[in-house]
Write a protein of this length. Structure first.
Length: 129
């Protein structure tokens, strides 16, 4: 069984909340490993950088790219043998998200199933809280 990493924060009323970070489905793991290899990255050493930025039709959009460098304030997580780096600002937006891959003729590619999103756009690439 893969160990899940948890990120903890204190909220103003001093409750300790544990937020499960990004999980990677088996289909996403396979596609990430293949794409990393194709682009000259090593999925055992390098990272998938996941972030959130302003924009998109719902207000916030996802960023997904490969990276070899971890910044000082980045948070590093690992799930299903995939290393994930998230910038400090994006951590709370992504807590509990499952990264999946949907291929085939009707597939959408990488899909973020984010329990924090209260509204998403039709394409699934942007969301709001």
């Amino acid at each position: 069984m893969v160990n899940r990493l948890f990120y903890s924060i204190f909220v103003p009323n001093l409750e300790l909340i544990f937020l499960a970070m990004i999980k990677v489905s088996e289909s996403a793991k396979k596609k990430i490993a293949a794409l990393m290899s194709d682009e000259g990255f090593d999925n055992l050493q390098d990272f998938v950088r996941v972030g959130v930025k302003s924009g998109g039709c719902s207000g916030l959009s996802y960023e997904l790219k490969f990276d070899k460098v971890k910044a000082e304030d980045d948070k590093l997580f690992e799930d299903n043998d995939i290393k994930i780096v998230v910038d400090k600002r994006s951590v709370l937006y992504l807590a509990g998200t499952v990264l999946e891959f949907s291929g085939g003729l009707n597939g959408k590619g990488f899909v973020f199933n984010n329990p924090n999103a209260q509204r998403t756009c039709g394409c699934g690439e942007s969301f709001s809280l």
